[in-house]
Design a protein around this ligand. Structure first.
Ligand SMILES: [Zn+2]
Length: 402
């Protein structure tokens, strides 16, 4: 065809058709190559062998994709160290804990699985289920109690072996284990706390029930009002796609200060996929040899594994039990009568009774001074609303009139 002349309509159509056929042929060839590659080499016919040797580029590309899939699959696998191996590692860890000048702990959902709260990215985690399009049936969160790991951390803090705890969990279990609030940064909020942001300083209301049943991504009002100024209260939860701005319970200031002083970071039960995005927590502005030494306890792969001084593949409760043994501390038992939530909680006013339908944390027997709503029987269906049910669904935005 002559240069400069634009193509006629039929020529354009013919060119498009030829391109379509070329691509279709390419796709078919790729399918054939993929089928042949799935066969053991000995079972391939001479024709198939010829096709393979003539399609080196496709073979390389398919091989690259296969390796990538394999790598991703391995990362999701839960791996356990042999008991002997784990014990050896914990012995090393205990020496590090004893010698540390400023030890901080980062925790994720993996430390709460023993409290029957599903973790986030484990095989049956919230994220994994949502990715597979399944709904989440949650055990009633009000039944959850601090685990052996939560209790051990509070004990180590009391004995000044742990200086600060940064948690991604919203389940309030660190607070309920007796860890003082100033030693805790709850980066994604706390399901038992609602705040008035109209009051200065922000006025906090700790409750004995999950305050998030009406809240979701970008919708934070809990339906109750500030006793002081009458403004609407909001939850403290930071959903996917949001930036947390509250001072408490997020406590970013203390988290970054602790990280800047830390010589050891112990990560427990977190995939670190979210935490790795906060460079301050890892002192990334410091030269590598001045950064804190990293110890990771997690069953699955984490993006920080290559940087860790030691990776322990074990359940958090198993590791902490061994660690507390090595350090010679008995693990304090969780006692409901000592649960700080009951002394921190602001009781509902009579007109606020019925402003929620979540089962409250049952008070210890005989604790009559704590005003609690009558326990309501709620069905054990999937939880709707709140940080737990909605909001964490990646990419789904649902608007509902509030
Ligand atoms: Zn107020």
């Amino acid at each position: 065809m002559a240069a400069g002349r634009s193509l006629s309509r039929s020529e354009r159509k013919a060119a498009a058709r030829a391109e379509f056929l070329r691509q279709e042929e390419q796709r078919e060839r790729r399918r054939q190559v993929s089928r042949i590659l799935h066969k053991p080499a000995a079972e391939r016919s001479p024709d198939e062998a010829v096709l393979l040797s003539g399609s080196q580029e496709i073979v390389r590309d398919l091989e690259r994709l296969r390796k990538k899939r394999e790598r991703l699959r391995r990362r999701l696998e839960e791996v356990c160290d042999e008991p002997e191996e784990l014990k050896k590692k914990v012995t090393k860890l205990s020496a590090v804990v004893r010698a540390a000048k400023h030890l901080i702990i980062y925790t994720g959902a993996g430390i709460s699985t023993a409290a029957s709260i599903p973790d986030y990215r484990g095989p049956n985690g919230v994220w994994t289920m949502l990715q597979k399009g399944r709904s989440i049936r949650a055990a009633d969160l009000s039944e959850a109690e601090p685990t052996l790991t939560h209790m051990s951390i509070a004990c180590l803090h009391k004995h000044k072996l742990v200086q600060h705890v940064v948690s991604q969990n919203c389940d309030g279990l660190h607070l309920r284990s007796g860890l003082p609030r100033e030693a805790l940064s709850e980066l994604h909020g706390n399901m038992y706390i609602e705040v008035c942001t109209s009051c200065t300083p922000n006025r906090e209301y700790v409750r004995v029930f999950d305050v998030t049943e009406r809240t979701a991504l970008h919708r934070h009002h809990t339906g109750r009002m500030c006793h002081k100024c009458g403004a609407q209260l909001r939850d403290t939860i930071v959903h996917f796609g949001e930036k947390g701005t509250l001072q408490q319970p997020l406590n970013w200031e203390a988290a970054t200060e602790a990280a800047s002083k830390a010589d050891v970071i112990l990560c427990l039960g977190s995939s670190l996929k979210v935490l790795k995005k906060y460079p301050h927590l890892w002192c990334m502005s410091k030269p590598p040899r001045h950064r804190p030494k990293l110890y990771i306890v997690n069953l699955q792969w984490t993006p920080k594994d290559d940087l860790a001084a030691l990776k322990l593949h074990g359940k958090c409760d198993d590791v902490m039990k061994l660690l507390m043994d090595e350090l010679g501390f008995p693990i304090p038992r969780y006692e409901r009568t000592q649960d700080p939530i009951f002394s921190l909680a602001v009781p509902l006013r009579p007109e606020e009774e019925g402003s929620h339908s979540r089962k409250p944390v049952a008070p210890p027997a005989g604790l009559h001074e704590v005003q609690l709503e009558e326990q309501k029987q709620i069905s054990a269906g999937p939880l709707a609303g709140g940080w737990f049910g909605r909001g964490c669904a990646k990419g789904t935005k649902r608007k509902k009139p509030s």
